[in-house]
Design a protein around this ligand. Sequence first.
Ligand SMILES: NC(=O)c1ccc[n+]([C@@H]2O[C@H](COP(=O)([O-])OP(=O)(O)OC[C@H]3O[C@@H](n4cnc5c(N)ncnc54)[C@H](O)[C@@H]3O)[C@@H](O)[C@H]2O)c1
Length: 720
Amino acid sequence: MKKELIEGEDFYLSPEGYRIFTEKYLLDRGYCCVSGCKHCPYGYSKLIGKIKKNTKQVMTFQEEILQGIPTQLPPVAVYDATINHAPKRKEILTNEEKKLALRNALRYFEPQQHQTLIPEFKEELEKYGRIYMYRFRPQYRMYARDINEYPGKSLQAKAIQMMIQNNLDYAVAQHPHELITYGGNGAVFSNWAQYLLTMKYLAEMTDEQTLVMYSGHPMGLFPSHKNAPRVVVTNGMMIPNYSKPDDWEKFNALGVTQYGQMTAGSYMYIGPQGIVHGTTITVLNGFRKIGKEPKGNLFVTSGLGGMSGAQPKAGTIAGCITVCAEVNPKITKIRHEQGWIHEIIEDLDQLVNRVKIAQQNNEVVSIAYLGNIVDVWEKFDKENLHIDLGSDQTSLHNPWAGGYYPVGISFEEANEMMANQPELFKEKVQETLRRHAAAINKHTAKGTYFFDYGNAFLLEASRAGADVMNPNPMLGREFKYPSYVQDIMGPMCFDYGFGPFRWVCASNNPEDLQKTDEIACSVLEEMIKTSPAEIQQQMKDNIQWIRGAQENKLVVGSQARILYADAEGRMNIAKAFNDAINKGKIGPVVLGRDHHDVSGTDSPYRETSNIYDGSRFTADMAIHNVIGDSFRGATWVSIHNGGGVGWGEVINGGFGMLLDGTLEAEQRLKSMLFWDVNNGISRRSWARNEGAVFAIKRAMEAEPNLKVTLPNFVDDKLLD
Ligand SMILES: NC(=O)c1ccc[n+]([C@@H]2O[C@H](COP(=O)([O-])OP(=O)(O)OC[C@H]3O[C@@H](n4cnc5c(N)ncnc54)[C@H](O)[C@@H]3O)[C@@H](O)[C@H]2O)c1
C-alpha cells in the first residue's frame, strides 16, 4: 500500500488502485460503518470501534432510506473541496428560465420550506449551473452493501438499491456529490431529492409494482405484475430535433432531463474492470488481425486518463510491449503508482533504446512516455523502429478544452494558451493533428496497423485537413483507417454475439465472487469442447481472462465480474449461477452488461460502425432491445440518448436481472438473454455481416421457435 497521500488528507491508493480513505477523512464526514462493514474491501472494519465512539447516530441506515425526503430540513451543506466535483456548467438559462428551474426543483418540497430553499438553490444554479440540492445528500456511507441490509418488501428492488449506491460510491463515482458516475456528465440522478425519493420507493414497493424513472426523476410506482420489470428507466429521451449538445445544457439545467451515459444512469457501472477487459480483448484481437503474437511486439498509443489509462494495463494482460504517451505528469504518476504502467520515460532517445531492448528480449512491459504522442510517432519513424499496432485515445471528442494537447508546447503553456488565447490554441491543435496523421501515415506505409479508438481522432484530423481520407471512399469507409469496431470488435465479437456480460454478487462477499468465477470458468471450459471453429478463439480468450481475473485485482466497489460471452455462454453461466444460489452455495447474483454490446447500442461511429447497409443511422435495434427485454423478464431496463460519443449521437440500452435461485429466475434468464443477444445478431445478419449470418443460423438450429429473415447476397457485377 502506498503511504503517500495524493489529495491532501483525502486518500491514498492501494497497489490495486483502491482509494483507501484516511481515518480523519472518514471521521470528518461523520461516516459510520456500523451498518455494514462485514465485507468491506477498504479496511474500514478495523476502524469501527473508533468510528463508533466519534459518530453520533440518529437513525439507522434503513430508517433513513424509508424516510425519503426528510420533513425536517437537514443542516446546510458545507461544500467539500476535497472531493472531485463536476465542473461549473455552461450558463445557458434566461432569467425567466432560471425561475422555471427553481419552480421545478421546489416541486420536491413542502411549501413551508420554499423560502429557506429558494436562495440556496438559486446560489447553486448561479455557482454551478445546476441545482444539486447538496443539503439533502445523505450522511451514511455510500457503497454497495449486502443486499439483505437494504429495507424493503421486494428482493429485486433491494438489488436495485444496492446497484444505485455502488454507482455513487466515492471509490467508484467521478463526481459523487453531483451524482455523476463517469464521463464527466454520466448522471445517476440530477439532484439529491430524486435519489432520496427513488430509494424510498424501492424500499416500499412490492413485486406487483413498477417504478417509472423519467431521466432521474421517479415518476412513481404503478401497478404491474411479478414478471414485469421492477424499474423502467429512460434517460435523455428527446424529440429528435431537440437533441443538440446545448439542448442538454438547457433542459438539464431546467431539471427535466439528464445524460445517463451508458451504465451510469442504468445503475450498472463496475469501475475500471469493464474498460480494462474491453481494451484487452481489442488489443488481443488487434494482434490477431495482423497475424502476430503480442509477445515482443509493440503497441503505441496515447492517453492515461479515465478510460485511456486502461490501455497499458490491457497491453500487459494481452502480453505485448506498450508505449503510451501522456502529457499530464500528475496522471502519469497516478497510473504508475497504481501499477498500470511499469516505467516512465521522459527522454525520446532513452525511450527508443528501452523499446529496442524490450523487443530483443520479448518483454511484456508497459512504458509511459511523459510527453506528446506526436513526438513518439515522429521519433520512431526517424529511428526506423517498427510499430506493430497503433492507436490513440486522447479526448478528441473535446479537442478545444483540454482533450488534445499541441506538440512543441509545454503542458503548462498549453493550459495557459487554452484559457487566454483560445483561437491560437485551436490553430496549434489542428497543426498538431496534421503532423500526428502524417507521422502515422509514414508508419502505416511501413506496415503498422492503425485503428481509431472511438475517440473521434479521424474525424477531428479530417476537420483539421490532415491526410486521413480514404482515396476510394465507400459508405462507412470514409477514412483511410478503420475504427476498432469496424475491423476488430464488430466482425470478431459482436457479429458472433460476444459482448460484455457482467454480474455482481449481491452478498458483496468476495468469496461469492471467487465461486462465481470458478463456475463461469468451468461452464466455458465445458462449452469450448463442442464450440464451432468460428468462435473457439473468443472462448479461449475469455477462459484465459476468467482464470486470471482474481489475480488482476480489478474489483473496485461491488463484487463484480465481466467477461465476453455469446448468448449460449451467457445463458449457461447464468443458469449455473442460479443453480448454485438454489443450493445455497452463493447468495443472489445480479446480471447485466455494458450497453457497448451486440444489441444494446445504435451508434453509427462506434458500436454499429460495421453496419454497411445504410441502417447504421437508425435506432430500431436499441429500442426493440429494451422493449423485448422488458417483457421477457428483466428486473430493470433502461434506454438512453447519449453515452460515450455524445448527446444525440447514440441510443443505447441495458438491463439488470436478479437471480435468486428460483425456477422463475431460470425461465426469465433463458427467455431474456436469448433475445438480448440474438436481436442484434439478426440485425447484423440482415446487414449482410457474414459472422452474424453464421451465428443467427446456428441460433435457429438450437431454437426452433426462432425464425429470422435472412438476406440474399447479390453479385455486385450485376449492379455495375
Ligand atoms: N473505444 C472505446 O471503447 C472508448 C472507451 C472509452 C473512451 N473512449 C474515448 O477515448 C477518449 C479518451 O477517454 P478518457 O476517458 O481516457 O479521456 P481523458 O480526457 O481522461 O484522457 C485523455 C488523456 O489524453 C492526454 N492527452 C491529450 N492530448 C495528448 C497528446 N497530444 N499527447 C499525449 N497525451 C495527450 C490527456 O492529458 C488525457 O490525460 C475519449 O474521446 C473517449 O470518448 C473510447
